[in-house]
Design a protein around this ligand. Structure first.
Ligand SMILES: Cc1ncc(COP(=O)(O)O)c(C=O)c1O
Length: 372
């Protein structure tokens, strides 16, 4: 099944060495098109925090995507690569005064918030902005819990929307995030229901809302035998609920990060050391948690390690190259017997990997990124 990919990997390692992060433009396009096909009425704003590589951003600019940025630096990056200001949402509920000033100047005037002090800041530094109140929703079963840090209690939403209006802002709607890698469809279900109640209540008090931002969280497969709910199943439910719960003129947007960038990335490493210890093979590879496996720490992610070698598999430990004992990637992988120089690769690792890698810990650089 992977033979085409493995031939390509062999050739690239011969030419470029390793580690390599291969980003497939075709896969980026496929993810975007899959999203559009299954959620035709939802406008995607790619959350560039997942992977801000310029070629990825350019690909999504070309496809017509919007962008979710978390800082002025991210905003400036997407603008410099051709995104138009009206296709950007500043979707960090906490923004510095400096960043707000930059956003205002750049005509990026669409943002989320989840607390009253933030509204005063927005009104002062980005007056008149279109704002969405981010509410706290269930993140049950999601790999990354975002509701621990973000989101107003839903019963505060009306108060905050009224406050936004009184400060001269444009209270346009509601946003939520069900947690990243969300495999529990109930999180979306409940979030949509709560949001629709806020839409109803807001209408009654003369604040008609027109935008619902359903955030990110759309799951991808990390392992061949993952059998969790798929994006398509979740999309089917969202579509059904959207039709039932919201007026026809409501506009829907989303902030997919992992779903757009994850499947496009393949990380290619090589064994740089090996030993036999505790009745197991130990393989040390040339990328680790300080590099492109940073998602194991920050994203709570696990990956499937694959070898280009064939043959009987043995219980193995896989570790990164640094002197830190935190830098262990797996204590129980089934891998064939390998030697120094053999290739180990991981698929579906394009999101929250190179984006959060440390540039030079112990002198080890993260993988060279190649668009393929
Ligand atoms: C505000 C916001 N939007 C979107 C995303 C992207 O989420 P995901 O990668 O799960 O699609 C995140 C991730 O942390 C986020 O914080």
């Amino acid at each position: 099944m992977n033979s085409g990919l493995e031939d390509k990997i062999r050739k690239l390692v011969k030419k470029e060495g390793s580690p390599l992060m291969l980003i497939s433009k075709e896969a980026l396009k496929k993810q975007y098109q899959t999203f559009k096909r299954h959620l035709a009425d939802v406008v995607p704003y790619y959350a560039i925090k997942a992977n801000p590589h310029p070629e990825i951003i350019k690909t999504f600019v070309h496809l017509g995507s919007g962008f979710d940025v978390a800082s002025a630096a991210e905003m400036e990056l997407v603008l410099s690569l051709g995104a138009s200001p009206d296709k950007i949402i500043f979707a960090n509920t906490i923004k510095s005064a400096e960043d707000l000033k930059k956003a205002y100047k750049a005509k990026v005037r669409f943002m989320t918030f989840d607390n009253e002090p933030e509204l005063y800041k927005i009104a002062k530094y980005a007056p008149g902005s279109k704002v969405l109140v981010r509410i706290k929703v269930d993140n049950v079963g999601s790999t990354v819990e975002l509701s621990l840090k973000f989101g107003a209690d839903p019963d505060q939403a009306l108060f905050l929307l009224k406050k936004a209006k009184s400060l001269g802002l444009n209270p346009a709607g509601v946003s939520f995030h069900v947690g990243s890698q969300c495999v529990n469809v109930e999180n979306y279900q409940k979030a949509l229901e709560i949001s629709s109640m806020i839409f109803e209540e807001a209408k009654k008090i003369g604040i008609p809302l027109s935008i619902l931002d359903i955030g990110g969280g759309f799951p991808i497969r990390h392992f061949d035998d993952d059998n969790h709910i798929t994006f398509k199943d979740i999309a089917r439910l969202i579509k059904k609920k959207m039709r039932r719960l919201f007026d026809k003129d409501v506009k829907f947007i989303a902030e997919p990060g992992r779903f757009f960038a994850g499947p496009a990335g393949t990380l290619v490493t090589q064994v740089v050391g090996r030993t036999f210890r505790n009745n197991k093979n130990y393989y040390y590879i040339n990328d680790g948690v300080y590099g492109d496996f940073s998602g194991m720490i920050f994203d709570h992610c696990k990956y499937q390690f694959r070898s280009l070698r064939r043959g009987q598999k043995f219980l193995s430990t896989v570790a990164g190259p640094t002197c830190d004992s935190l830098d262990v990637l797996s204590l129980s992988e089934d891998l064939p017997e390998m030697d120094v120089g053999n290739i180990v690769y991981v698929k579906n690792i394009g999101a929250y990997s190179c984006a959060s890698a440390v540039p030079n810990f112990n002198g080890f650089k993260p993988a060279k990124i190649l668009m393929v």
